[in-house]
Design a protein around this ligand. Structure first.
Ligand code: FAD
Length: 421
């Protein structure tokens, strides 16, 4: 198809063939709604192009579940490699016969005359409904002061980083200590390079608790099912950093104590650059205590749930973990012009990209305005965003419930359009 051809008509256009778009397609097919799934790259594109080499899922295989497509391998407690994730998502696309068109980039979505005009790199579409499943992590979020980092220091984001071999031999400053930053700090340190990790607010979790994966507890106790309209502070919940977890065959814990034991130097949150010096926040003690306290509270809740529901007999005894050790005298400043830091790796989070969306539904912080995936424009929907409908929304196993409900809403909307006024 070319741009000059007439627009193709479909009832629903789904944008993105990651697991969220494919789950939408699964439920659309189930409800016999004709649709296309437009994907700029290939199925599971983000897992193919935007992740580093050694990454494994931090969710265990038992939680690799898509609608009608559970994990069927021999190791429910293991963690998939990127190759395995790609295969799992591809299999889902193929068993659900998703009408995916790959290599089709959506460049604009507009609403005129009560329907959507979707312009792509390979032709146009008109549809009454659109599901945005283009991902929550399209671009690395890097602070503006990165512009002031001296040119002699190489800067990488998590989209550029593949493995330690691509780095200079000198010291690496990893910024951000959620799952990504903690994993990269550990890997780079293991390669022999000195590493400084800049730590802000973070979520500490042990890999296993009382003999079970900590994410098993999140699911079994119902915490992950908490709905968006029941969460106390939804804005905050949607911004929560990912927990310091790593998926390894040894099921090891990757908290700040483990990183200190490996020889990683901890500093506070990188707040600014002044006169060529990086300025880090003080108050590491408070930041660490808060993370320890929150972990403690969570484990107390797990214990309570196990006791009330009669699970104590099948689980190991409750455990408590040593507080996070505070470095004796953490650096508050670092002269970036001295040449000690050779590379900065920004692991400061991700943001979505809606530059192609020409409908007024994106706020000043680049977030879609929506209520549980029902976007503020008739017939426009979203999936795969943080705490979209539940705490588990962005995780692979979290998409089924969200996609079912969002597509139910879409079907109702279409029925309403067909009903005479
Ligand atoms: C580093 C990292 C580790 C993660 N680890 C886990 C984990 O262990 N377990 C877990 O459950 N979840 C994990 N997640 C979260 C989540 O599962 C992934 O982010 C997942 O890729 C999200 O799926 P999605 O379908 O919503 O988005 P994506 O997989 O990003 O899919 C969106 C698709 O839309 C396409 N697209 C975007 N814009 C356009 C456009 N304009 N036109 C056409 N196509 C477009 C993209 O190419 C992409 O294929 C992780 C996320 C990250 C970033």
């Amino acid at each position: 198809m070319t741009n000059s051809g007439a627009a193709e008509r479909v009832t629903t256009v789904v944008i993105g063939a990651g697991h969220a778009g494919l789950a939408a397609s699964h439920f659309l097919s189930e409800r016999s709604i004709d649709h296309v799934v437009l994907e700029r790259g290939e199925v599971a594109n983000s897992w193919r192009r935007e992740r580093w080499d050694s990454l494994r899922l931090l969710t265990p295989n038992s939680q690799a579940r898509l609608p009608g497509h559970p994990y069927a391998g021999p190791d429910p407690d293991g963690y998939m490699t990127m190759g395995e994730v790609i295969e799992f998502v591809e299999d889902f696309a193929s068993v659900s016969c998703a009408p995916v068109r790959t290599g089709v980039e959506v460049t604009s979505v507009r609403r005129t005359g009560g329907e959507y005009h979707v312009t792509t790199s390979r032709g146009d579409f008109r549809s009454g409904t659109v599901v945005i499943a283009s991902g929550a992590c399209n671009r690395p979020a890097v602070p503006g002061f990165s512009d002031a980092v001296p040119a002699s220091i190489e800067q990488l984001t998590t989209f550029d980083y593949r493995n330690p071999e691509q780095l200079d031999e000198g010291r690496v400053l990893v910024v951000g200590a959620s799952a990504t930053g903690a994993q990269l700090a550990a890997e780079i340190r293991r390669s022999g390079r000195p590493v400084t990790l800049s730590v802000g607010e973070h979520v500490r979790l042990p890999r296993t608790y009382r003999g079970r994966d900590v994410l098993w507890w999140m699911e079994a106790s119902g915490l992950w099912d908490e709905r968006y309209d029941e969460v106390e502070d939804l804005t905050r919940a949607r911004r929560l950093p990912s927990p310091q977890l790593v998926g390894t065959p040894e099921r090891s814990t990757l908290d700040l104590n483990a990183l200190t034991d490996m020889g990683v130097d901890l500093v506070g949150r990188w707040a600014a650059i002044r006169d060529g010096r990086a300025l880090f926040s003080g108050g590491l003690r408070n930041v660490f205590s808060l993370a320890d306290l929150k972990m403690q509270r969570l484990l107390d809740n797990f214990d309570e749930w196990a006791r009330i529901n009669g699970h104590d007999a099948h689980l190991d005894a409750p455990e408590r973990f040593a507080p996070t050790r505070v470095p004796e005298s953490p650096l508050l400043q670092l002269d970036l012009e001295r040449g000690e830091i050779r590379t900065v790796v920004w692991a400061t989070g991700y943001r979505p990209d809606y530059t192609w969306l020409d409908v007024d539904v994106v706020d000043a912080k680049d977030q879609l305005r929506h209520d549980g995936g029902v976007v503020e424009s008739p017939g426009l929907y979203a999936l795969g965003l943080p705490v979209l409908r539940r705490r588990k929304s962005t995780f692979i196993h979290g998409i089924e419930d969200d996609a079912r409900e969002v597509i139910d809403h879409l079907v109702e909307y279409l029925a309403g359009r067909r009903r005479p006024a």
